[in-house]
Design a protein around this ligand. Structure first.
Ligand code: PLP
Length: 337
């Protein structure tokens, strides 16, 4: 096991998240036994994967004496929503930059879903046009607060740095322990991969614990080579931060970018089908931007026989269902067909 006790951390996640079988959907697809790890149930303001990263990021912010956090994300960012909630709980103020990354958005996208929750949670919200270096946009903000006598702690997009990724090193260990308790041999873990921290932490946790479980990241934005390079760079940095022995094995990082469709945050027939299938068979809600594409990849790989009968495949549900309300038009159209 990888020792994480020396890193500053606050508790945000409500206990281990469940790992349970998807019996109905496994039967309907007729392939491997499908399982789901419920990180949509982390508990922080509708939950999701950022909660685990924020345990270490907020821990670090408090250790540095910050009174505010600043971060950014796309308009419907789940990371931003969870960051504001975590900051509230630890009496930090928050300022968030929302990047208008998805073009041609309607009023649901611009104001409902995560944006509505951001407003309820109460942050200072600024918007930025698409295409800027958003991590760089945080710097003048930090300086602005410093000039006003406030220490602001900058959290990169998606909470994806070697500190945030520690949350998924822990999650990997949690998964290994749960599978062990169940006597479950996990053949594959599938996860949606965006800013890379979840997959990087997961892989470091799996490899660092000597679990022989391959993790597949389904890219929601970047082509395969870019995504693998991003995840590898972060996995290596996390590995070094943990001072694990030897070099990080680059080959442990595998991404598939076949399910991005026309672009980030744009629904595809497969992502809409994935939402429908998991809802109708299991009563579980995916999100339109990340997990729907990740799960669409899983379904397709089952149908293609890449994931086979007799295997156990775990989908890591990283949350985000609040985003469904921002995609009302797409989802309503899909249900009308
Ligand atoms: C619901 C959901 N799933 C998956 C991801 C991808 O995680 P990461 O950005 O760590 O790759 C995100 C990130 O924003 C997310 O909000």
């Amino acid at each position: 096991m990888v020792d994480l006790a020396r890193f500053p951390r606050v508790r945000l996640t409500l206990g281990p998240t469940p790992l349970h079988p998807l019996r109905n959907l496994s039967e309907a697809l007729g392939g491997p036994e499908l399982w789901i790890k419920r990180d949509d149930q982390t508990g922080l303001a509708t939950g999701g994967n950022k909660t685990r990263k924020l345990e270490f990021l907020i821990g670090e912010a408090l250790a540095q004496g910050a009174s505010r956090v600043v971060t950014h994300g796309a308009t419907q960012s789940n990371h931003v929503r969870q960051t504001i909630a975590a900051a509230n709980l630890h009496r930090l103020r928050s300022t968030v930059l929302l990047e208008t990354r998805v073009s041609g958005a309607d009023s649901d996208y611009l104001e409902n879903g995560n944006v509505l929750l951001d407003r309820i949670l109460g942050a200072e919200i600024e918007t930025r046009p698409a295409g800027l270096d958003m991590n760089a946009e945080l710097r003048p903000l930090v300086e602005r607060y410093a000039a006003a006598g406030q220490k602001a702690y900058a959290i990169p997009g998606g909470g994806s740095n070697p500190i945030g990724a520690l949350g998924y090193v822990l999650a990997a260990q949690e998964l290994i322990a749960q599978a062990d308790d169940l006597g479950l041999v996990v053949d594959h873990v599938v996860v949606a991969s965006g800013s890379a921290g979840t997959q990087a932490g997961l892989v470091v946790g799996l490899v660092g614990s000597q679990a022989r479980v391959p993790a597949l990241g389904v890219s929601v934005r970047q082509p395969r080579d870019v995504q693998e390079a991003n995840v590898r760079a972060l996995a290596r940095a996390t590995w070094e931060r943990l001072e694990l022995r030897g070099a990080f094995p680059d080959e442990a990082v595998v991404a598939n970018a076949d399910y991005v469709g026309p672009g980030y945050g744009v629904s595809t027939p497969q992502s809409l089908e994935a939402i429908r299938l998991l809802a109708r068979h299991e009563g579980i809600l995916l999100d339109p931007v990340y997990t729907a594409k990740g799960f669409a990849g899983l379904i397709d790989l089952v149908r293609k026989g890449v994931f086979r009968k007799g295997q156990n495949v775990v989908f890591l549900h990283t949350g985000g269902s609040a985003g469904l309300f921002a995609y009302r038009a797409d989802l309503t159209r899909a249900e009308a067909k």
